[in-house]
Design a protein around this ligand. Structure first.
Ligand code: GLN
Length: 450
């Protein structure tokens, strides 16, 4: 049985939600997992949190950016509406890298800390969503991924993170980062809970014409494919643990096959060009005039007015505005942006051929979970390169799932499984089978029902 049905069957002490809320507020002072904890009087329902770039009616929604401080959407995102209609109770908005720009959760004013060990990053950009899932037993996180923002934090916080096929969950009410890449997805402690929620929230929405109802039922894949270029250059300890995991899968009856796809190294430059180009157009509206922190001093010069408003963006957001505006400028468009789109199409074709034969498996990150001090030593380019395993499926819109498979020095390790478009439930089912053989436990269990 999934935890949602189990929870709904159990009797709860009258003060269940009150106790949970006060414990959570205390813990949040230490870990910065939530940007907002709901003040609504929750009295029933399995809890769900929402990444802070997804609109919840009358609840401050900032995408962890200063420029959106004080924005209270007058409407619910479709995904929020569907969660509520299915009996889930809204718990709060989770911390994230500003607008989704980041891999470690460190591009936020109040940085979320890893519940397993506070010296470590949670991963990003859905930092708070993953940490909330690690500390709360009866909870689902609604998160978002553009290039790995669900897989990475899920791996670093030891939870399951599911990113569906592009277009299978409505993006209405999402504060866009990169429209052709953004996917709303789900995090939970157990894959069965993800499957349950996915069925409730996926499917067409008149507000989002890219969202359709498709499904394929090619669920019986026993073949696991390792792409050589994705498993070379890994941290040596990660490589060792991952290959041990692959051996275990072999013992469970899966066939392992190696393939080579040298071209896959073009995924990162292609992704960052497309993502930044789209991000720079999406951020253009935050001028302090109509959108973004209001600036009412109209006596200022044109440039001063807009520059002052844009000062509310963090350093990574500014970098992306500059680079994104450059790559889509008319003089260089064919050198970068158009080429990046071609690379994306070619990569979809190549990966489709491989995915016709089986699932692609890799670690989630090529490095061990970094401590905060380690991330300071990385240049922006080095940070972008750490996305080498999460970007290919995200760039191509393939469904993928990140799940814990081992521990290293007390921290959880995550693997990522990818399948072809619309075969989403097959990878969730794969993880359910793996969970039965992997006896995994959480350090934190908040709430009176432990
Ligand atoms: N690290 C990637 C980026 O910064 C992915 C972020 C995301 O998926 N939102 O673009």
């Amino acid at each position: 049985m999934n935890s949602i049905e189990e929870f709904n069957k159990k009797q709860r002490p009258g003060d269940y939600y009150i106790k949970l809320n006060s414990e959570l507020v205390k813990l949040n002072e230490k870990l910065n997992i939530f940007n907002t904890i709901s003040q609504e009087n929750i009295s029933s329902g399995f809890l769900f949190s929402v990444k802070d770039n997804i609109c919840v009616k009358n609840v401050e929604t900032t995408a962890s950016s200063k420029i959106l401080k004080g924005y209270f959407p007058p409407f619910n995102a479709t995904v929020v509406e569907r969660m509520k209609n299915n009996g889930f109770s809204f718990l709060g908005k989770t911390n994230m890298d500003e607008f989704g720009f980041g891999s470690f959760g460190i591009n936020s004013e109040h940085i979320a800390k890893n519940p397993f060990d506070e010296r470590y990053v949670t991963g990003g950009s859905s930092s708070g969503a993953a940490a909330a899932t690690a500390i709360l037993k009866y909870h689902i996180a609604i998160a978002e991924s553009t290039g790995g923002s669900i897989s990475t934090p899920a791996a670093f916080c030891g939870v399951v993170g599911f990113t569906p096929t592009y277009g299978s969950i409505s993006r209405y009410g999402l504060i866009d980062y990169s429209n052709s890449l953004d996917k709303i997805g789900i995090m939970a402690r157990k894959s069965e809970d993800i499957k349950y929620v996915y069925e409730k929230i996926r499917g067409p929405d008149s507000h989002d014409t890219t969202c359709v109802d498709k499904k394929c039922t090619d669920t019986d894949k026993k073949k696991i494919i390792l792409i050589d270029q994705l498993i070379t250059g890994l941290d040596v300890e990660i490589e060792k643990e991952f290959l041990l995991f692959v051996k275990k899968l072999e013992n469970l009856g899966y066939t392992i096959e190696h393939r080579s796809l040298p071209f896959i190294d073009k995924a990162i430059p292609s992704y960052y060009i497309i993502a930044m180009a789209e991000a720079s157009t999406n951020l253009a509206k935050y001028t302090g005039f109509k959108y973004g922190l209001k600036n009412n001093d109209f006596s200022q010069q044109y440039n001063t007015f807009f520059t002052n408003a844009r000062e509310n963006l963090g350093p990574e957001a500014k970098r992306r505005v500059v680079l994104g505006t450059f790559v889509r400028s008319a003089s260089v468009k064919n050198l970068y942006y158009s080429k990046a789109l071609k690379v994306r199409s070619l990569l979809i074709n190549e990966l489709n051929k491989i995915l016709a034969d089986g699932f692609i498996l890799s670690p989630v990150m090529p490095i061990k979970t970094p401590r905060f001090e380690d991330t300071n030593k990385l240049s922006p380019l080095e940070v972008y390169k750490t996305d080498m395993l999460t970007i290919p499926p995200n760039l191509c819109g393939f469904p993928h799932i990140s799940f814990p498979y081992s521990y290293l020095h007390g921290m959880p390790l995550g693997a990522q499984l990818v399948t072809k478009h619309w075969n989403d439930t097959a990878i969730i089912d794969f993880v359910s089978k793996w969970e039965l053989s992997f006896n995994y436990d959480f350090k934190y269990n908040l709430g009176v029902l432990r």
